[in-house]
Design a protein around this ligand. Sequence first.
Ligand code: B12
Ligand code: SF4
Length: 496
Amino acid sequence: MKYDIVLVQCPMMVHFWPSTGLGYLCEYLRLHDYQVKMLDQNIDFFHLCDNREIYRLDNDNTWYSEELFAPLREKYRGLMDQQAQAIADLDAPIVGYTVSSTNVKWTLEVARRVRRLDPQRLTVFGGSEFILPESAERYRDEADVFVIGEGEETLLELIEHHHQNMPLTGIDGLICKNERNELSAFTPRQMPEDLDRFPFPTFQEADLSRYLFPNVCISASRGCIRRCTFCSDHAQWCTFRTRSADHVIQEMEYHAKKRLSETFYITSSLLNFNPVWFEEFCDKLIEKRMNWEIVTEMIIDRRMTPELLRKARQAGITHVEYGLECGSDKILRLMKKGFTTQMARENIRNTHNAGIVCEVNLITGFPGEMEEDHRATKQFLSENAAYIDVIKVIHACAVLPNSPLRRRYKEFGIEDPDQVLTWRIGAENTYELRQQRMNDLIDHARKLGIALAFEHQPTGLKSYLKPKYFKQIMKQPWRSYRKIRRIMHWKKHNRD
Ligand code: B12
Ligand code: SF4
């Protein structure tokens, strides 16, 4: 069979669902009558690798660090050859790879081999490693074309140009190279306002039973309405756009029918970006009486009234994750979180009281955090322990590339901003101190009997959740709720 493009995902990416990003690209190209082949070499590898431990989110450092990755490269040399051959055997003039920080090393190995096997193929890189045009410079010798940011329209135009033997220069959102290996100038693409114009991923050719979770990961919007200083979400998507409630529900209906599963993970950074949209979404779900269970992320917002949260529960939202970050109003202001501790207190209590499992994320050592701010966070946890069901992740503050914290590091007094984890502000804020505060919060939460899912250590995420229970929660979130405290290694200590 002849294809217009083959889209590849190399290891290591989560094995929970097929790639949402590639799903969108496939669907959009098919809508325009192109023949697309999606190759998930990540899930193939997951099923044949003899050490599943490397797939735990805790072990993500294996994939970042050259020292840890080198033995894998050696061990799986033969497999990489086979994967490259499988791509080269397909009759497709373009090979597109989805590249993220965790699969970049393996992708480079496979892409180099494919180029050696057939130098005529056009190699295209896109994905979360290509949020900003600077990434093209870093990987300039590894691909012919780099798609920066949202991929649907840029990739479509690229294929059209390639088909007609037209030059690729001048396509917005893309960087290509000339004969002298120089990178073309970059013009960002104007993002379409209406996200419903992109058909949702159907993964029609994928064997969904090979993935860990019984349903797909649904993306309800792109970007964020907030601009928290430590976050890089805004750099990736620039504008905030949302799909209609009907379009999201259609996707759920499609997959519920196909997979006979009623559980969904909706990721969009925030599902309650607009309470009017959110209420309409809940009303429509209640009307449908689908009995679905939804795990999602939301922002703390004063407009989330107890009534609206009760409606959310009625609509099937069983788990909500909030980026609480800390319990100090001064630090929340510096982070530009857009809420106060008072609002957080109300949202958290109302969420729990509505019968929704309330999860929070915490960050220690944000620039400016003093001992009294750290104490305020502990105080917040003490006062709200009965309503915080799970602390999902505790992070020592990281300076993420592309975040405002990285761009404006001088304003924050950060001395070595390229050290994502180990940056410092003199002796006042060091990695050791941030970790010390993280461990102190962990001890404090333990005494309060609040369950903890992950903590972020230098070796990566440390999980308190055994994978089999994680799977169980995703399968039946609400029914597993009562087991959560037993599942986590921590037991209730001091609570009533
Ligand atoms: C949901 C999510 C998750 C989910 C899983 C998502 C999934 N579908 O499997 C969970 C919670 C499991 C997760 C885990 C992790 N995540 Co995550 N996650 C996200 C989040 C919030 C949304 C991703 C998403 O679904 N987007 C929607 C789809 C439509 O967008 P997309 O995948 O980017 O694809 C578009 C473009 O990138 C482009 N594109 C993609 N591929 C290709 C390929 C080609 C050829 C072309 C042309 C274009 C193209 O076109 C697509 C359509 O427009 C993003 C942040 C964000 N808001 O985007 C972070 C994000 C992707 N995660 C990130 C990280 C670091 C992680 C972890 C490593 C964290 C950790 N330490 O454990 C893990 C491991 C992830 C992995 N590699 O497998 C980083 C990646 C950074 C990087 N440089 O790669 C991000 C960007 C967050 C951040 N700003 O730090 N994550
Ligand atoms: S941390 Fe969350 S709320 Fe803040 S900008 Fe990032 S995605 Fe949005």
